[in-house]
Design a protein around this ligand. Sequence first.
Ligand code: FAD
Length: 484
Amino acid sequence: MTEYDIAVIGGGPGGYVAALDAGMRGANVVLIEKDRRLGGTCLLRGCIPSKTMVRTAELLSEMRHAGDFGIQGTAEPDWAGIVARKDKVVDGLSKGVVDLCKARKVTRLQGTGRLLTPNSILVQGNAEFGGMALTVRAKSIILATGSATILGTEVPGGDSPRVITSDQILDADLTMGAIPTLPKSMVIIGGGIVGMEFASIFAAYGTKVTAVITSPRVLRNVDEEIARRFAQLLKAAGVEVLLKSNVQEFRDRGDHLDVVIQTEGSAEPRVVSSEYALYAKGRKPYTDGLGLDTVGVRTERGYVPTDSYMRTNVAGIYAIGDIVPGHMLAHVASYEGEVAVDHILEHPREADYRAVPDCIFTIPEIASVGLTEALAKEKGIEVRVTKFPFAALGRAQAIGEPHGLVKLVCDPGTRTILGMQVMGAHASDIIAEGTVAVQQGVTADDLAHTMHAHPTMPEAVQETAIAQLFGTPLHVNTPTRVAR
Ligand code: FAD
């Protein structure tokens, strides 16, 4: 029996990147994935399909303002076309991962992996072996089995087919059956990233969206000022936002749902009729049937804790991605995969989470890295915050995207950049500059003295750096607020 150097269980952005990285560096690797396709949540029912739908939403929003740009005519969403484009993009990228596995000589097994010992895995249902079980041996094992959506069934009536999760909207195997036509109305439960991205998407498609949010504000982990500004834009896009509210019950009426919503301070619950309810209350780590108990891998609230080299408590077994406590993000999963492989291949480096970029693909986008003003206060760190509005930026005006701003959080003494937040067009691209700055300990002086191409959105970043030096940016007349 072949003994592999590394066996990876789970073919998402954590697992497949670990396998490709190890294969590229000459290790003998096997990648075990139970899905018929590679790519995991990110590629098949998360990041990529949702971003194709956001793109359509952005185009529609832009086209509704086409008159402002000197273009006549109207545009209407075509649900079948939106779904078909999503599936085409996903399919191409997933096939690309398969091709890369072949090129890196990564052995791919389609089946469900279960740990037997710290060096062996039972792979069940491998199609190439006619559904037979197969035992795989490996010197090191990387667990990358990801996460699953929390279902609406935790609320009475949540087993109705009209109560859906992001999986039913995005996963090609579920999409058309679950939502055959563009919904006229949708209640979205959850004010986090997934809930708010879909609120932006469906509002732009013309769906009547009601967002039911437990906390007193949307996006509670985002900088307060940015979240407040975003909430205003969301309302302007037609989304009704119910804060401090919870769903008590779903009542399936055949052709629609009655969603019973209780808002804090209201005597009576309110009933909102809707075609669908999207349950977006978060995700949980997925380790079902993985055999963690069999080999003694420790878990905490369902997650698999690791040290900074991604080692679990069992020698030779590593864990990465959404099953590890911390950020549930695709690029964090990939990064952790590379850290685990580095340790296995004896080039150890510790995982460093100081500069994790966090992007929210709402309309407009929101992105953040490092410290926010609130987080600094919570940690007792003194900071100076400067900001620059996109309204004062030539490029933002030219492309018709004046909403938004950049905020820069620095150490007031050394002017070292500790964090950056951006809301507005291309925020998810602009944040890359902040990520490098935070990771590399760049100062505001460095950024202020770095030439930024004109006219571009990142000029706003340079302006916030200038404001750190002089108390005001160059291109606004009134000094920006300098908070300590
Ligand atoms: P997963 O991607 O969940 O992959 C785990 C894989 O393991 C799956 O393919 C599963 O089938 C397989 N598996 C599980 N158990 C077994 C087993 N026993 N044997 C074999 N295979 C098994 N993140 C971002 O960074 N940016 C975004 O824009 C973004 N958008 C998102 C949008 C949505 C709607 C959702 C739901 C998530 C989004 N995410 C985003 C989060 C991102 O998708 C996850 O953080 C990422 O996929 C985690 O990667 P992973 O490899 O840890 O796990």
